[in-house]
Design a binder for this molecule. Structure first.
Ligand code: PLP
Length: 404
């Protein structure tokens, strides 16, 4: 059972509002995975019946993940994470160009945005050390990439555009279909990091006109350590992990069979339940946003007011550091975040909030609540009761606030 809502000794209750960092594994997913640890333990590459059984399960999962995004099964490659899928997409296309095997154009220029997850920014930075040129497109105050800026940035050396589907910190949903259309017109490969959207809002690779798309199981109630990269048929790229011939020779290593089975089950459930879930979450999200903005002075919503993920609330509360609020919320049993889970140990202001034009002192006040399957209105009301008291106390201790 999910423990987020359970009473715990010493704490009245625990409330989990960090679903963008990770989600609990759905009970049906756990059940689907279980036999693949013990009874059906074969290596999918083995030709005997044990191997064949495992292989069948992997292929069924591939069908399910493909169905979630409107792809063909053979276009899905399982990876060890969303991070790996992003690295594979970016480096795979880059090195295909170096080796002269890419279809159509070759070059050394990649376009991405200033608000990507580190799992896109860091591989791009690495490629800069290898002679590639990267354009980091700026965004507007809502975190939106302007498709016309993508068009203007494309040169005859551009081999790849990589723009995320929705931002993990501020929840802004990018105009991917429009960008996809431009990339197709120009004959440039287009990758999107859909780690925060797949399984949460509709994702269709043909509508979005993408050639590559990254996903991660643990963001959609599947297990950690499993991801997938959609690779449109005909895309020429270099393999990222060398070894055996698994995954149609695209990604060597023995498959994580239970993890892949879990991913498949999670994708199947998400396809079935996504739209009802999103509807429920929008109501909770909007109540939380309006409750914070109305009851705490000098707050602002970060991200787009309408084009945002159904579960994302990101606010800046002036005169209090996000970190201090987080610690106090944690003491009250509420789990939130300042932004990305991977950078939450860093005291640097969020690169995403800075890119939306916030000055560093405000970018440090970002606070993210991401809601999910087990969030209730009662929990939202509880946060709205506790948060203003925490802010009041912290502001009273702040010399800058007192001087204002
Ligand atoms: N991309 C985005 C937008 C994410 O939010 C995350 C995880 O936070 C990742 C990539 C990395 O995925 P994984 O945790 O599976 O490596």
């Amino acid at each position: 059972m999910f423990r987020g809502n359970m009473k715990k000794s010493g704490m009245d209750r625990r409330i989990y509002m960090d679903y963008a960092a990770t989600t609990p594994v759905h009970p049906e997913v756990v059940k689907a995975m279980q036999p693949y640890f013990t009874d059906v333990f074969g290596n999918p590459s083995s030709i005997h019946s044990f191997g064949r059984e495992a292989k069948e399960a992997v292929e069924q999962a591939r069908d399910r993940v493909a169905a979630l995004i409107g792809a063909k099964s053979e276009e899905i490659v399982f990876t060890g994470s969303g991070t790996e899928a992003n690295n594979f997409a970016i480096k795979g296309i880059a090195y295909a160009s170096v080796q002269g095997i890419s279809r159509g154009r070759s070059g050394n220029h990649i376009i991405t945005s200033a608000i990507e997850h580190h799992a896109v920014i860091e591989p791009c930075k690495f490629l800069e050390t290898q002679g590639f040129e990267i354009t980091y497109l700026q965004v507007d105050k809502y975190g939106l990439v302007d498709p016309e800026n993508v068009r203007k940035a494309i040169t005859d050396k551009t081999i790849l555009v990589s723009i995320m589907h929705a931002n993990n910190e501020i929840g802004t949903i990018e105009p991917i279909a429009e960008i996809g259309k431009i990339c197709r017109e120009k004959g440039v490969y287009f990758h999107t990091d859909a780690v925060q959207t797949a399984g949460h809002i509709p994702v269709d690779i043909n509508e979005l006109q993408v050639d590559l798309l990254s996903m991660s199981a643990h963001k959609l109630y599947g297990p950690k350590g499993v991801g997938a990269l959609y690779i449109r048929k005909g895309t020429r790229m270099v393999s990222f992990i060398h070894g055996g011939e698994q995954e149609h020779n695209r990604r060597a290593s023995t498959e994580n069979v239970p993890g892949i089975v879990g991913f498949g089950k999670a994708a199947e459930i998400a396809k079935r339940e996504m739209s009802d879930e999103a509807e429920k979450l929008r109501v909770l999200r909007d109540r939380l946003i309006s409750g914070i903005l109305e009851n705490i002075e000098r707050t602002r919503l970060n991200g787009h007011p309408v084009n945002r993920l159904p579960n994302n609330v990101n606010v800046s509360i002036e005169y209090v550091e996000g970190e201090s609020v987080l610690l106090n919320l944690d003491l009250a049993g509420i789990a939130a975040s300042t932004g990305s889970a991977c950078s939450s140990a860093s005291l640097e202001p969020s690169h995403v909030l800075l890119a939306t034009g916030l000055p560093p002192e405000i970018a440090r006040t970002g606070l993210r609540f991401t809601l999910g399957r087990y969030t209730t209105m009662d929990e939202v009301e509880y946060v709205l009761k506790v948060l203003p008291k925490i802010i009041k106390r912290l502001r009273e201790m702040s010399p800058i606030y007192r001087r204002k």
